[in-house]
Design a protein around this ligand. Sequence first.
Ligand code: SF4
Length: 222
Amino acid sequence: MQYPVNEIFETVQGEGHFTGYPVIFIRLQGCDVGCSWCDTKQTWTVDPDQEVTQQTVNGACNDKSHWASFTAQQFITMIQNNGFVARHIVISGGEPCQYDLIELTTELELAGYFCQIETSGTSEVKATKNTWVTVSPKIQMKGQLPVLKSALVRANEIKHVVAMEKHLDELDALLVDVDISEKVMCLQPISQQQRATELAIKTCISRNWKLSVQMHKYIFID
Ligand code: SF4
């Protein structure tokens, strides 16, 4: 199977449960969700005219809308040749679950890596059972894709972006039939806004949930 890759780089995880861990970040191209505040709009379209070489996407690519086609083995060869030392791979996007990730996550695990997927929950999650799935539910976005219950049930971690009470109500409605007792639950204030941060802190304390701040935006890394 071929995967369209927008960029590959080593960094530290900036959000959620694994914040601060060294990771290899693979951003897949393609997303139909349409969040108005998306900060990676360059990943939305897999434009045939934007196909580039694998070496072009090797490294942080600064908002380019290009992509290169990789098999799982080609990806492993690249990260080994790069000398990356992290053993944790974050598969993000775009919306990575628009693709069947079973082959990719299987090969990465066989090569000794731990896989994490970051998804909006709007596509079925196809990955190995050991893959850590972080669902950040994107509710009623422009693409009109519903958040799937199957994705929420599969999630190891649910990380919700909040600006106001309404966003908590939307999350609660989504989770009405989902057992969250074994999941890591994170609230993330939108865009470092003070009101959103206060709401997230207050709610995390009252629910015994975890606060996720976008650490990379405070330490100025990708
Ligand atoms: S799901 Fe992610 S990549 Fe897609 S539009 Fe929303 S924020 Fe952007």
